[in-house]
Design a binder for this molecule. Structure first.
Ligand SMILES: NC(=O)c1ccc[n+]([C@@H]2O[C@H](COP(=O)([O-])OP(=O)(O)OC[C@H]3O[C@@H](n4cnc5c(N)ncnc54)[C@H](OP(=O)(O)O)[C@@H]3O)[C@@H](O)[C@H]2O)c1
Length: 280
């Protein structure tokens, strides 16, 4: 029985963060569409959530590496009942880029970047037209690690893309009353680590968050209207300072001439004019 929140479609709902989102959203009164490959796990989750919450739960088995399956999920996102997309399915391929298998790197970029983008694009027009809804993109704190990559450079870059995509899409959709939230979890206790050949228990345990705590915090962030939520960050003004520093660069990153330090100096030490200063 619908409790009036509409329907949330959660990708990667068979395990980890996605399964907890499904649980919490059902308790908030959302009907659900659960997307992943492992149908048995999705069925078990569906049975529990229907029994415990009474919401409607639908299973959409899909391998998001498969073009036909991606189209099936896009088609479901076109429906009028959809009020939320949780773009959560993702994989982490670990290791140095020079040693990485190209196909696994490609699969990671496809899922973390291309599929997340396509699903957001599929759901956005309907949400905008109905002037209501949320897109939640599960990025990662690796998105802001810059030249200090964790897990792998490609994984960090895929999540940096998702953060940039979220922030930009939020600006586009804000006039329609649609919110786009990027969630940047730190290390979270899920199977992702083991699947990526990494031992979460080898990490200092004071940087590891339980999945329930992470998702609950992200939903509180959404309730508070945050567009970027870093569940572990104690002081939100640190994020604001980061954004302010970035914004301060913007008036100065496009000019007619290169910056003074890049203007050529001839062998005799005489500064050469920039290209735009030539007469002929
Ligand atoms: N755990 C962390 O420390 C952490 C930190 C920051 C961000 N994140 C991000 O959080 C998200 C969820 O990760 P998690 O930690 O919950 O990982 P997880 O426990 O491994 O769960 C990943 C989910 O994605 C689904 N999935 C993977 N490949 C898929 C495919 N080809 N088609 C459809 N579904 C697929 C899996 O389902 P099936 O196998 O059934 O298809 C599973 O439900 C990811 O985007 C991850 O990058 C995780």
């Amino acid at each position: 029985m619908s409790k009036g929140q509409g329907t949330a479609l959660v990708t990667g709902a068979s395990a980890g963060i996605g399964a907890v989102y499904a649980d919490r959203l059902a308790r908030r009164g959302y009907d659900l569409v659960l997307v992943a490959r492992d149908e048995a796990k999705l069925k078990a989750l569906m049975a529990r959530l229907v029994a415990e919450t009474g919401v409607k739960v639908e299973i959409l088995r899909a391998d998001l590496a498969n073009a036909d399956d991606i189209r099936k999920v896009e088609t479901r996102l076109y429906s009028d009942d959809i009020t939320m997309l949780v773009n959560n399915a993702g994989i982490a391929v670990a290791g140095p880029t020079i040693a990485m298998n190209s196909e696994r790197l490609d699969a990671m970029i496809q899922l973390n970047v291309v599929v997340a983008t396509r699903l957001a694009r599929a759901v956005a027009p309907g949400l905008a037209q109905r002037r209501k809804g949320d897109i939640v993109n599960i990025a990662s704190v690796v998105a802001i690690r810059g030249d200090q990559p964790a897990i792998s450079v490609g994984y960090g870059a895929s999540k940096a893309y998702l953060l940039a995509f979220s922030e930009g899409l939020d600006s586009e959709l804000a006039p329609y009353g649609v919110r786009v939230q990027a969630v940047l979890p730190g290390v979270t206790r899920t199977e992702l680590w083991e699947k990526g050949g990494l031992d979460i228990n080898a990490l200092p345990q004071d940087i590891v968050m339980e999945t329930g705590d992470m998702v609950d915090a992200a939903l509180v962030g959404l309730d508070q209207g945050e567009r970027v939520t870093i569940p572990a960050l104690p002081d939100v003004s640190d994020w604001v300072a980061f954004k302010t520093a970035r914004a301060a660069l913007l008036p100065n990153v496009s000019h007619r001439l290169p910056a003074e330090r890049y203007r050529r100096t001839s062998a005799d030490g005489v500064r050469q004019p920039g290209r735009g200063e030539h007469n002929g």
